[in-house]
Ligand binder design. Structure first.
Ligand SMILES: O=C(O)C1=C[C@@H](OP(=O)(O)O)[C@@H](O)[C@H](O)C1
Ligand SMILES: C=C(OP(=O)(O)O)C(=O)O
Length: 409
């Protein structure tokens, strides 16, 4: 699906949008519910990633295909490896078969798991024969993806002796690890995270608990970008959000102050209001704790014709696409002058945006959604716009509700 995007006729938007549940909280909660069926979940994400996780958890044999969902791939690897009597081949999209999983597989194998590579060593698809995992201590590198760590922590309470992890190297995407531990705490599983050691206690049963999934903060980022690109006075209200979020991307409320966007928390919602301009024409952020908002911030800066230097982006090359390379190409089409290295991106301040651009999305929902707000500044075409369903299926209809003109070509 190719979409032509054009700015709303009124550049001073006033509107409320309900964003679906966080895919990260959803996929953790679903796994915990599979281990402890007395858990209930509210405000589940309606995303593809949530759906493939739900379907995957219902299977005991055969092929489980999780498409593009990194969390489902990593969390289900740990889940099936620890489930006696289940045997599956866990696979995903072509891109998923290029996303590394060796660190997690080796950690599980050292706990006693039976996992074999069906194609290339270190990558999905995996043939997993579930077993009772007898060991309870493992060391693993923590600088590639926090999802490997969360996957182990999620099954930890179901292991006979719980789990002790030793994390090697600089720990990346830390808030996602803390989210996992916070959800364990909500169902009454004690844990500790001190230095590079995480311990989780075993639990045969947990108390009946309802996990209420907060709406997705990464999805909220696109509305922060919209407000930043609109006139002073623009206001968008988003539900359902809370001030004490488990999601690290809630750092948006601080970061977008620099773009003149004020956040107010009230009645289970956030209100974003444009109150001024950007504080500088060159902004710098370390996003090692919030990698998923890098694309949003880069496009906001492009739209405002200001520069930025984003660091801590070492995980971007192994996400849905190589996001550093994809950003360089697509920002470049609008005239953005972008330098990248293995962990950072620098966009130079510019004077105007090129027209007649078609944005390619590389099977990456965030490439489509991050560029969406730019229509406020210049019309353009988005290719393969349906990719948004990975985390936020209603994205384009919500943009329409704000007055954006979204036409299928
Ligand atoms: O645990 C999670 O829910 C996630 C962790 C992050 O991945 P990395 O730890 O690989 O950076 C993030 O990018 C992803 O969208 C979701
Ligand atoms: C990196 C992402 O997802 P995942 O790793 O779960 O596929 C994302 O949603 O930006």
């Amino acid at each position: 699906m190719r979409l032509q995007l054009t700015s709303p006729s009124d550049n001073k938007i006033q509107r409320t949008i309900a964003i679906t549940g966080s895919k990260s909280e959803t996929n953790r909660s679903l796994l915990l519910q599979a281990l402890f069926p007395n858990i209930k979940i509210e405000n589940l994400s309606n995303s593809d990633d949530g759906e493939v996780m739900q379907k995957g958890l219902q299977k005991s044999t055969g092929v489980v295909d999780i498409h593009h969902a990194g969390t489902a791939m990593r969390f289900l690897t740990a889940y099936f490896a620890s489930q006696e009597g289940k045997q599956v081949t866990l696979t995903g999209s072509n891109r998923m078969q290029e996303r590394p999983i060796k660190i997690l597989v080796e950690a599980l194998q050292s706990l006693g798991a039976d996992i074999q590579y069906e194609k290339e060593a270190g990558y999905p698809p995996l043939k997993i024969t579930g077993k009772k995992l007898e060991k309870s201590k493992v060391s693993l590198p923590a600088n590639i993806s926090s999802q490997y760590i969360s996957a182990l922590l999620l099954i930890a309470p179901s292991l006979e002796n719980g789990l002790e992890l030793e994390l090697i190297g600089k720990i990346t995407s830390v808030p996602y690890i803390k989210m996992t531990l916070a959800l364990l705490e909500q169902i009454g599983v004690p844990s500790s995270f001190e230095g590079n050691i995480i311990k989780v206690a075993p639990k045969a049963t947990v108390k009946a608990t309802t996990l209420v999934v907060e709406s997705d903060w990464s999805s909220a980022s696109y509305f922060y970008s919209i407000v930043a690109l609109c006139e002073v006075g623009t206001e968008i209200q988003l539900s359902s959000y809370k001030q004490n979020s488990l999601q690290g991307d809630s750092v948006l409320a601080d970061i977008y102050k620099d773009f003149g966007v004020e956040t107010t928390f009230a009645n289970n919602s956030i209100r974003l209001k444009k109150i001024g301009g950007a504080k500088s024409d060159h902004l710098e952020y370390d996003l090692s704790n919030a990698p998923d908002i890098a694309q949003t911030i880069a496009v906001t800066c492009l739209g405002l014709c200001i520069g930025c230097h984003l660091t801590g982006l070492h995980t971007l090359p192994i996400k849905e696409t190589d996001r550093l390379a994809a950003l360089q190409t697509e920002l470049g089409k609008f005239g953005g002058n972008v330098d990248i290295d293995s962990e950072s991106l620098t966009l130079t301040e510019q004077s105007q945006l090129n027209s007649n651009v078609s944005v390619d999305t590389y099977n990456d929902h965030r490439m489509a959604m991050a560029f969406g707000p730019l229509a406020l500044k210049i019309g353009f075409v988005v290719n393969d716009a349906e990719v948004v369903s990975k985390s936020y299926p209603d994205f384009w209809s919500d943009l329409k509700a704000l007055g954006f003109v979204v036409e299928e070509l």
